[in-house]
Every structure is written in structure tokens, then in C-alpha cells.
Design a protein around this ligand. Structure first.
Ligand SMILES: C[S@@+](CC[C@H](N)C(=O)[O-])C[C@H]1O[C@@H](n2cnc3c(N)ncnc32)[C@H](O)[C@@H]1O
Length: 204
């Protein structure tokens, strides 16, 4: 039950179970996880409770931090760190390294320049061999785009021409420039993907 005083996103309630099912077997016990664009904090609270031994670091744009902080105070547990301000376009980034990073529904909201800044920042923040889990809708070469995603993309671009669904291949190329390679792509409900990028580990 959500407290009426806390920000709430119905989508985050719908998608948290399928995301958790994808995340849980891929996240090493005791991982420090950097979340970007935590929004209402619903995922941060749910995942830090369910994923044993995890240290979850939520972040948000400074203007959206108070709502997130209120949820962490009201519902946070031992695995959930106090949220910190992070605008991926300007930093500063929380001190790493992190064994994992996570972001949901941000790549189509940020402009492409900010997405590139996020890729660079995550590339720096991750420990060698660390994983970046990205959830959201994407356009994917060789896969027809669902009608609902086409409509969503058009709506976003009309509202702000910098927004819009990203091509997964463009994200992959950008990640490659920052020592991360595409490891897995899972199809989740409602035409969303769960993408796993892995930072290279020179020692292995
Ligand atoms: C659609 S919401 C997703 C929130 C949450 N991850 C979820 O799935 O419910 C997109 C989030 O990205 C954040 N965001 C947008 N631009 C950002 C930037 N430049 N740096 C960090 N976060 C940003 C917004 O503040 C917003 O909370």
C-alpha cells in the first residue's frame, strides 16, 4: 500500500516483479548497485528488500530527490543507502566502484547526449567485470517495433524532440566505446527489454 504522501508510479508497481525475476539470478550476492534515475524509489525499496546482501545506491536529479528521499526514509531497509543527487549530464557521480548498475525507463526520457553521458559515467563507475542492467522499451534491428512502442515514441518526440525510444544497437556501440559489451537481451512484458552490458575485465 503506497502512502499518499509519497510519489507513486503505477508502471513501477506493474514491472517490478518481472524485473526482479531477471535481476535476481544475475546479481552477485553482496553487490554494490548504483541506480540511475530512481524516480519514486519503488524499485529501490523492493529490490533492496528482496536481493539479499545488496547495497543499493539510489540517485535522482536534484529536483526529484526530495520525493525519493521521503520514500527511502519511510520504507528503506538495511540494504538501501540514502539517495544522492545525480544528473548524468553534469555529475558528480557517486564514488565507486560498483559491482553493478541499474536503470529503468530512463534512456527514452533523457536526450541522446545525456544517454551518452550516462554510458560514460557507468563505464567509469563499474568495477571490472561489473554488470549494467537496463530496463525499458527499445527499437531493435531485425525485430518489428510493437505498435504500442511506436505510439509511445511519437508521443515522447512530440512532447520533447530530444526524447524518444533508442536503438539498442546505438546504445551498444556507445557502450563498446566505454569498455562494456552487450551480454544478454531478455524480452519482458509489455514490449520492454532487460539488457545486460558487461564491463570488460582485463584480468580475465
Ligand atoms: C520515466 S522515469 C523512471 C523512473 C524509475 N526508474 C522507474 O522506472 O519508475 C525517468 C527518470 O529519469 C530521471 N532523469 C531524467 N534525466 C536525467 C538525468 N539527466 N540524470 C539523471 N536522471 C535523469 C527522471 O528524473 C526520472 O525520474
Amino acid at each position: 500500500m503506497n502512502s499518499p504522501d509519497l510519489p507513486f508510479a503505477p508502471a513501477a508497481e506493474r514491472n517490478r516483479v518481472p524485473i526482479l525475476e531477471a535481476l535476481a539470478p544475475r546479481l552477485a550476492a553482496g553487490s554494490r548497485v548504483l541506480e540511475i534515475g530512481s524516480g519514486t524509489g519503488q524499485h529501490a525499496v523492493a529490490f533492496s528488500r528482496q536481493l539479499q546482501g545488496v547495497h543499493w545506491q539510489p540517485t535522482e536529479l536534484p529536483e526529484n530527490l526530495p520525493g525519493l528521499a521521503a520514500r527511502v526514509v519511510a520504507e528503506g531497509g538495511p540494504g538501501l543507502c540514502p539517495p544522492v543527487a545525480l544528473d548524468v549530464a553534469s555529475g558528480p557521480w557517486p564514488a565507486g566502484p560498483f559491482e553493478a548498475a541499474y536503470t529503468a525507463n530512463t534512456t527514452h526520457i533523457m536526450g541522446w547526449a545525456a544517454v551518452c553521458a550516462m554510458v560514460a559515467g557507468v563505464g567509469d563507475a563499474l568495477a571490472p567485470g561489473g554488470a549494467w542492467f537496463i530496463y525499458g522499451p527499445f527499437i531493435r534491428a531485425g525485430h518489428p517495433t510493437a505498435e504500442s512502442n511506436e505510439r509511445f515514441d511519437a508521443m515522447l518526440r512530440e512532447q520533447d524532440p530530444r526524447q524518444g525510444l533508442r536503438e539498442l544497437e546505438a546504445l551498444e556501440s556507445e557502450a563498446e566505446r566505454h569498455q562494456m559489451r552487450l551480454e544478454e537481451v531478455l524480452e519482458l512484458p509489455a514490449n520492454n527489454l532487460f539488457v545486460v552490458l558487461r564491463k570488460r575485465n582485463p584480468a580475465s
